[in-house]
Design a protein around this ligand. Structure first.
Ligand code: NAD
Length: 499
């Protein structure tokens, strides 16, 4: 029996009324496990109206109390971690430990956001002119929305909503229609933690719901994460509608391996960062750039050895290194890229096409894939594949490796593996990419730093989480004050008489 999912509005589940639905799959079996309603413009309008109503009470609460509710939410998420991770796994296909990591990296941002009293403090200048003081304060925007991708169904909604809520906004989440059950469960836990009704809402849907949010004048800001073409569309449309927006897009993350690197460490890192979560991470490494022929030959041999030992299997099985990709269309797209790589002349050393997993023949499986001798003009290098496909593009020297990373259209994450501090320092300083790892393959910044890519990986000037998030979700008011002289002059020391 297929479950029918709902929206979550005003502290409760609400059935969809548009009559449109999208199927949600179990990627391990390929079977439909639920159907999610796709909201129409009228339903979105109702959610916004509720969010607007809830926001006034929420913004009036002092930020320390708001923070306490968020910390109660974190406790509830921790208490329900196993159930949430299994639910996440069942719709996304990532392994259980990886699903817990998805949730964990989300609640770390909520914990950080609970420090709102400190983060919302303004500035003060005493005696800016004779008898004049100036101070600034940060006020919530009102109703804000987050539109999030399938690949981190807990982490990214919490990256957006934690700071937005802590700052006193109400939040409307439009999660991916591929794995909406965890976002709905998080909404229940927010209510259980004491969040007032209407302050955190989930509206499920596709382009129609997104466009309704973009066009609604009551929505002040849009935080988006997903593919680059949609990020660009949302950034432009939000701006045309007078909203602020931060939109994060796709990626093609390189790892440079210098001749002096610890090659075993680099190979292990590449296997985890290239194939973990079936390569469906925006910070996955999809291009390895060994410097020099000897480094390239040795690295490729180590990668081939390790790939032969990888186990692709059911996401709940303890011995699976990674599970299926999210959808049949994703499997088809990834296998199409592998065929294109062969046609374009890259050397295919491990082929993940046509993988069968016994007992789960209907699942969306793609095995680990390794290409050597990839060149800059190939589609497998230029475009984001978003699957378990690792390309090796060999560089002659450090300068060529640095140029490759810097000149790529995307600029999300990058890593260098070396024992030489000077090369590492030069690389971190000059590379044109937003997040850099030095002997760290997936440099996702911790909650109190900010996360954001450059170039086609990010649109907008403020990053996610860290202090930027509080600047994004608040508007600054600056107050200039002069007081007329009061009771210090002409004060009366005589008891006033009644009239
Ligand atoms: P996607 O762009 O297909 O969808 C993202 C969101 O946009 C979903 O909520 C979806 O419903 C909505 N959407 C889809 N088409 C739309 C349209 N035409 N108009 C309006 N809204 C639309 O992305 P995805 O497949 O869910 O996620 C994978 C992508 O996200 C990859 O490109 C990955 O690199 C990227 N990503 C980026 C980051 C980052 O921080 N830079 C993080 C995670 C994922």
């Amino acid at each position: 029996m297929v479950r029918e999912l709902s929206h979550y509005v005003d502290g409760q589940h609400v059935q969809g009324t548009s009559g449109r639905f999208s199927d949600v799959y179990d990627p391990c079996t390929g079977e439909v496990s639920a159907r999610v309603p796709l909201a129409g413009a009228e339903e979105v309008g109702n959610v916004v109206a509720n969010a607007e109503k809830g926001q006034r009470e929420w913004a009036a609460m002092n930020p320390q109390r708001r923070g306490r509710i968020l910390l109660r939410f974190v406790d509830l998420v921790n208490a329900n971690m196993e159930e949430l991770a299994a639910l996440l796994s069942s719709e996304h296909g990532k392994t259980l430990p990886d699903a817990s990591g998805d949730i964990q990296r989300g609640i770390e941002v909520v914990e950080f956001a609970a420090g709102a009293p400190h983060l919302l403090k303004g500035e003060f200048s005493d005696n800016a002119a004779a008898g004049v003081d100036v101070h600034s304060l940060r006020q919530p925007l009102g109703v804000v929305a987050g539109i999030t991708p399938f690949n981190f169904p807990a982490m990214i909604p919490l990256w957006k909503s934690g700071p937005a809520l802590a700052a006193g906004n109400s939040f409307i989440l439009k999660p991916s229609e591929r794995d909406p059950s965890v976002p709905l469960r998080l909404a229940e836990l927010f209510t259980e933690a004491g969040l007032p009704n209407g302050v955190f809402n989930v509206v499920n849907g596709d382009k129609e719901a997104v466009d309704a949010l973009l066009e609604d004048p009551r929505v002040s800001a849009i935080g988006f994460v997903g593919s680059t073409p949609i990020a660009q569309y949302i950034y432009a449309t939000a701006a045309a509608n007078g909203k602020r927006a931060q939109c994060f897009g796709g990626a093609k993350n390189h790892m440079v391996i210098m001749p002096d690197a610890d090659l075993d460490m680099a190979a292990d890192a590449l296997i985890g960062a290239g194939f973990g979560s079936a390569g469906e991470r925006c910070m996955a490494i999809s291009v390895a750039v060994p410097v020099g022929k000897a480094t390239g030959d040795a690295l490729v041999a180590k990668l081939e050895e390790r790939i032969a030992d990888l186990k692709v299997g059911h996401s709940l099985a303890k011995d699976s290194d990674f599970g299926p990709v999210v959808a049949a269309s994703a499997k088809e797209r990834i296998e199409g890229y592998i065929s294109a790589g062969v046609e374009e002349g890259a050397t295919l050393l491990a082929d993940g096409r046509g993988l069968r997993v016994e007992g789960y023949e209907g699942g969306f499986w793609v095995g680990p894939t390794l290409f050597d001798n990839v060149t800059k003009d190939m589609s497998i290098y230029k475009e984001e594949i978003f699957g378990p496909v690792l390309s090796v593009l060999r560089a002659e020297d450090y300068d060529e490796a640095l140029r490759l990373c810097s000149e790529h259209e995307f600029g999300n994450g990058v890593a260098i593996f070396t024992r030489d501090g000077d090369s590492a320092r030069d690389f971190a300083s000059r590379v044109q990419v937003g997040m850099v790892g030095i002997n760290v393959p997936i440099p996702v910044p911790i909650a109190y730093y900010t996360f954001g890519g450059w170039k086609a990986s990010g649109f907008g000037d403020l990053n996610q989480h860290g202090t930027d998030a509080f600047r994004f979700y608040t508007k600054t008011k600056t107050v200039t004050t002069r007081w007329p002289s009061g009771i210090r002059t002409g004060a009366s020391f005589v008891m006033p008489e009644g009239s």
